[in-house]
Ligand binder design. Structure first.
Ligand code: 13P
Length: 253
């Protein structure tokens, strides 16, 4: 089954609204109004509006890095999926390992957030991935299975047609150590098999992105793997030239 490649940038807590808009302007002028590869940037919350402005007229989409599960209420400092939708976002990253590690994100809260994103019709980008310790102690599959089934628990399969999963081994994030193509493909194939248990043949339409030290020089090989359908890029998405080189390499993959 052919799945459209998605190259997504997670800017984390980087780039001012002006600097982000400058990156998006460069992306927009190269990507143009239509693109075979889907292109997404996820700025900080305060950078969303200027990124959208800069992306106008191009195929570059703008998403968020997290959301709360309630639609509104007394939740100081939080943003709902509804607010992100009203701001013009198309996608929301959920359950990033940094949120799990530093902000107490659990399988239960990721599941609630996923339901909130689905409720609005935005596209969820669900992040999963093991630590080095988990991999080295033989728990890779247990951890990935737990993260996938935990996030999707209680959600009707027909609600999940837009789901995007990002496999990001924690040990490869921001370290310059990329998973080998074999390691990545193996994990992606396993994640797809777990998705198949839950979604049946619809799992074949779910895009599974790889994240963790994706750079212009390794993108093509990663994208050439059968179950790797795109990338979630951190550091290399902060510079338009690098991100564009990844987009262009992914077309050859
Ligand atoms: P790096 O590409 O900087 O390793 O970050 C990956 C990531 O965490 C994307 O969400």
């Amino acid at each position: 089954m052919s799945r459209r490649i998605l190259i997504a940038g997670n800017w984390k807590m980087h780039l001012s609204p002006d600097d982000g808009a400058a990156v998006v302007s460069q992306l927009a002028s190269t990507v143009g109004p239509a693109s075979d590869v889907e292109v997404l940037v996820c700025p900080t919350f305060v950078g969303i509006s200027s990124a959208l402005q800069a992306a106008k007229g191009s195929a570059v989409q703008v998403g968020a890095q997290n959301c709360h599960w309630e639609p509104k209420g007394a939740f100081t400092g939080e943003l709902s999926a509804e607010l992100l939708q009203a701001a013009g976002c198309s996608h929301v990253i959920l359950g990033h390992s940094e949120r799990r590690q530093y902000f107490g994100e659990t399988e239960e809260t990721v599941c609630l957030r996923l339901q909130a994103v689905l409720r609005t019709g935005l596209v969820p980008v669900l992040c999963i991935g093991e630590t080095l310790e988990e991999r080295e102690s033989g728990q890779l599959e247990t951890v990935l299975r737990r993260q996938v089934t935990g996030a999707l628990a209680g959600i009707a399969p027909d609600q999940l047609s837009s789901l995007v999963v990002a496999y990001e081994p924690v040990w490869a994030i921001g370290t310059g150590v990329v998973a080998s193509t074999e390691q990545a493909q193996e994990a992606h194939a396993f994640v797809r098999s777990v998705l198949r248990e839950i979604l049946g043949s619809a799992a074949d339409a779910v895009r599974i992105l790889y994240g963790g030290s994706v750079k212009p020089n390794n993108a093509q090989e990663l994208m050439s793997q059968a179950d790797i359908d795109g990338a979630l890029v951190g550091g290399a998405s902060l510079k338009a030239e690098d991100f564009l080189a990844i987009i262009s390499a992914s077309k050859q993959g």
